[in-house]
Design a protein around this ligand. Structure first.
Ligand SMILES: C[S@@+](CC[C@H](N)C(=O)[O-])C[C@H]1O[C@@H](n2cnc3c(N)ncnc32)[C@H](O)[C@@H]1O
Length: 302
């Protein structure tokens, strides 16, 4: 499915590549897909592509990011044109095109969070890896070797994402608790909080972090309401585990998804595969009674 599923721009922690594996653990149809930590909404896009549901709740605490996603979905031509204009400006700077990035970044940090500016910063910054300083400012550097996605490549992708999600999605930029409160049986909640190790301290990788205990309490409340959910939470690379496990009392089934070769390890001259944990809620188990062989193949040995 990956080759044809559109995406807007790279985003740190995006589940675009893992989406086909994650979708295997969703029911074929459900009422709404709720993404409290949507990021670039890779899972909503993939679920819309597969026709799993017609309603999407897209939330991320990063308001300019959500503003950009909403614009992409509701006004794709306007965003593509705005992006083209910002992107082309950099060529007026000749060799010094990174200076243009710094100027847009400064404007953005001074409140000009227009969707085209957000998109340009994401497209031009190092590895799509957003970084925020203590004062909440976007402080990631530009990728000096690249100019960012060509608008002629970006525009058809934005239109394709819009085609999948327009008229079916609601957008918000609030803390995930508020979104979980509205979840009810029949919904499928997909949660991809920031990785641990960056969550219990101030999180430079995203605008906010998510403390472990607070998160597990919120998940327990979903169990109480019998809401079905999937959680991507930390992983294992080259035999080394990262982060704390979600507690047994949540009665989830933990699966490890193969996320391919670790680029970090490859850089260090090692070949290690990264695995990413996916927790399946109890409310989803009956749906999987039909596919026991699939689960037992992938279950984590205890
Ligand atoms: C790992 S990323 C999600 C990536 C996403 N699954 C994708 O495919 O692009 C985690 C996201 O959680 C958001 N976030 C952090 N703290 C949050 C909070 N308290 N409530 C809602 N979103 C939050 C961050 O802004 C970030 O975009």
């Amino acid at each position: 499915m990956n080759g044809r599923v559109p995406h807007i721009v790279q985003y740190q922690g995006s589940k675009r590549i893992l989406a086909p594996q994650i979708l295997q653990y969703m029911p074929y149809r459900f009422e709404r897909l709720i993404e409290p930590f949507s990021g670039m909404a890779a899972i909503s896009i993939a679920a819309a592509y597969e026709g799993r549901t017609d309603r999407f709740v897209i939330n991320d605490i990063n308001r300019p990011l959500i503003g950009m996603l909403q614009e992409a979905i509701e006004h794709p031509s306007r965003l593509a044109e705005g992006y083209r204009m910002v992107w082309e400006e950099q060529f007026q700077y000749g060799e010094d095109h990174v200076q243009h990035f710094y100027e847009i970044r400064e404007k953005f940090n001074n409140g000009d969070v227009r969707p085209a500016n957000m998109l340009y910063l994401l497209a031009r910054c190092v590895k799509g890896a957003v970084r925020y300083g203590k004062n909440g400012n976007f402080n990631q550097s530009p990728d000096k070797r690249r100019h960012g996605t060509d608008p002629r490549t970006l525009a058809p992708n934005v239109h394709a994402v819009s085609h999948l999600l327009k008229g079916k999605s609601s957008f918000s930029a609030v803390d995930y608790h508020e979104i979980l409160d509205m979840a009810r049986p029949g919904d499928l909640v997909y949660m991809d909080p920031p990785y641990q190790g960056v969550t219990n301290v101030r999180d430079v990788r995203y605008v906010a972090g998510v403390p472990f205990d607070e998160f597990t309490r919120a998940v327990a409340a979903l169990n109480k309401k019998s809401v079905a959910y999937l959680i991507s939470y930390d992983g294992v690379c080259g035999g080394k585990a990262y982060g704390e496990e979600l507690p047994q009392e949540l009665h989830c089934k933990k699966i490890l998804l193969n996320a391919g070769l670790s680029s970090q390890a490859t850089l260090l001259g090692k070949r290690s595969t990264t695995f990413e944990a996916l927790y399946i809620s109890e409310a989803l188990m009956p749906a999987f009674d039909m596919f026991p062989q699939q689960l037992s193949l992938l279950e984590v040995p205890t």
